[in-house]
Write a protein that binds this ligand. Structure first.
Ligand SMILES: Nc1ncnc2c1ncn2[C@@H]1O[C@H](COP(=O)(O)OP(=O)(O)O)[C@@H](O)[C@H]1O
Ligand SMILES: [Mg+2]
Length: 134
């Protein structure tokens, strides 16, 4: 397992933008970590890196937010799922096989439904509160 320490918000954003710039169509990016770790912040930066011209916020009333651009971004927050099998029963797994980039917060909840190939980023908050371990 690869670990890096990011010691500022700006550096986490820069990493997210880099990932967004380089994300391939159909790629799945899983973000795990507690509330406040920086999953949504990372997703916002991925969107910026993808050239998406919209302010990304966590899906609150839906499970997924869709952003359309040169490459589409599908942003999931599975925290809201009451039962994890809803993900697959309601057909959300179709997004995973589309040509959009899928970013999934709390992805470890739905790991059983993921295709073979995905990137996982676990974010934890370091003691100083500003740093993050990835
Ligand atoms: N190095 C850092 N990386 C990410 N977020 C940070 C960092 N330092 C401080 N923060 C703050 O922590 C909060 C993370 O919130 P958010 O991205 O919504 O987390 P999550 O989606 O994991 O619950 C934001 O308010 C952000 O400004
Ligand atoms: Mg979030």
């Amino acid at each position: 397992m690869y670990k890096i320490e990011i010691n500022s918000l700006d550096k986490l954003k820069a990493l997210g933008e880099y990932i967004g710039k380089n994300a391939k169509a159909g790629q799945i990016i899983c973000l795990n970590g507690n509330l406040g770790a920086g999953k949504t912040t990372m997703t916002q930066s991925i969107a910026i890196g993808m050239g998406i011209d919209a302010y990304v916020t966590s899906p609150t009333f839906t499970l997924v937010n869709e952003y359309y651009g040169e490459r589409n971004l599908f942003h999931f927050d599975t925290y809201r799922l009451e039962r994890v099998d809803e993900f697959d029963l309601l057909g959300f797994d179709e997004y995973l096989y589309s040509d959009g980039v899928c970013v999934i917060e709390w992805a470890d909840r739905i790991v059983d439904f993921l295709p073979e190939d995905y990137l996982v980023i676990d974010i934890s908050v370091a003691e100083d509160n500003n740093s993050r371990i990835l």
